[in-house]
Design a protein around this ligand. Structure first.
Ligand code: PBG
Length: 327
């Protein structure tokens, strides 16, 4: 056959395939979310996330050392708190001597070059398990912003580099930018969860933090998975309010949204490869139903190909190890 176009010519050897490869993952793309708990010398595995642990601060520092040695240098912290520290107004979230600011200070002291991203949302500290103040079954927007402001300020004072508002309250990016600037934290960046969907894929994360909502769901603040044009509104607002990065969450079921934001905004686009996406691959791999390592790398690749150059993923350490062996 005389075929003028034979695309297989560019696939015929490893060297040629490498040469024409469009997307490459690098360890510098990754942010590792880490779970921290009170106590000493404690490590407990999240049952729905094999290989992922909640660490007390002393052991977390060792874990961070291992990650840094592998080239993972940005961490997103999440606190697991006992019910006794939770209340309706998430007051523990801005206690300067609380677990979270203490952890930030300790990490920055031991690893000054590491970038600490923080989570700004009420749910780990809320006795209602919601991301906002609850009154008569409703999640209040504007009063919640005040809590978020205090939380972000406490985190910035402790040394946080990137603030990650993950709650989807309206106006939070602008409000936090103002609070940070008034506190002279002009260099603290905001990575907004711009398009965060009300997703079933957060299940294992809520196990990790014991933070599931005590009633109802999060559909009055997180986005409807059916909508993509709404993502443009959210992203536009966050851009105008001063966000430094725009994030899409979850990642794999929302690759079109990642592409949409990447096509329409000139800020770095991040994607959160969430707990349920991690758990699915791990569970199937443990059953011998697929090759976990290949499925991990393929999913991460798809997220980057779609347009996210920053990837928050529980696979960060494992993928870093893979990349160091295979590059
Ligand atoms: C809540 C928050 C959630 C995640 C990060 N921040 C869950 C939720 O909205 O209930 C999920 C992360 C994951 O599933 O890995 N502020």
């Amino acid at each position: 056959m005389n075929l003028i176009r034979r695309p297989r010519r560019n696939r015929q050897s490893a060297v040629i395939r490498d040469m024409v490869q469009e997307t490459r993952l690098s360890v510098t793309d990754f942010i590792l979310p880490v779970f921290i708990m009170e106590g000493q010398n404690l490590r407990s595995e999240v049952s729905s996330m094999p290989g992922i642990y909640r660490y007390s601060l002393d052991l977390l520092l060792n874990e961070i050392q291992e990650c840094v040695d592998l080239g993972v240098k940005t961490f997103d912290l999440f606190p697991n708190l006992p019910e006794s520290r939770k209340d309706k107004y998430a007051t523990e979230s801005y206690n300067p001597d609380g677990l979270y600011p203490t952890a930030i200070r300790a990490i920055k002291e031991r690893f000054p070059e590491v970038v600490i991203m923080t989570d700004v949302a009420m749910d780990p500290y809320s006795s209602d398990g919601h991301d906002g103040i609850v009154e008569n079954g409703k999640i209040l927007n504007d009063p919640t912003l005040e809590v978020l402001g205090k939380m972000a300020l406490a985190q910035a004072q402790a040394g946080a580099n990137i603030i990650g508002p993950s709650d989807m309250m309206d106006g939070r990016v602008g409000y936090l930018r103002q609070v940070l600037d008034e506190g002279s934290f002009h260099d603290v960046a905001i990575m907004s969860y711009a398009a965060k969907y009300a997703s079933a894929f957060y299940g294992p994360f809520r196990d990790a933090l014991d933070s599931a909502p005590k009633f109802g769901d999060k559909k009055t603040y997180q986005m409807n998975p059916a909508n993509s044009r709404e993502a443009l509104i959210e992203a536009q607002l966050d851009f105008e309010e001063g966000a430094d990065f725009l994030m899409v969450k979850p990642a794999l079921a929302y690759l079109d949204i990642i592409k949409l934001l990447n096509d329409n905004f000139h800020l770095p686009i991040a994607a959160y490869n969430v707990s349920g996406e991690y758990a699915m691959i791990k569970a199937a791999a443990q059953n011998g139903w697929l090759d976990g390592e290949r499925a991990m790398m393929e999913s991460l690749m798809s997220i980057k190909r779609a347009g996210a150059n920053v990837i928050l993923t529980y696979f960060a350490k494992e993928a870093a190890r893979y990349l160091s062996k295979n590059n």
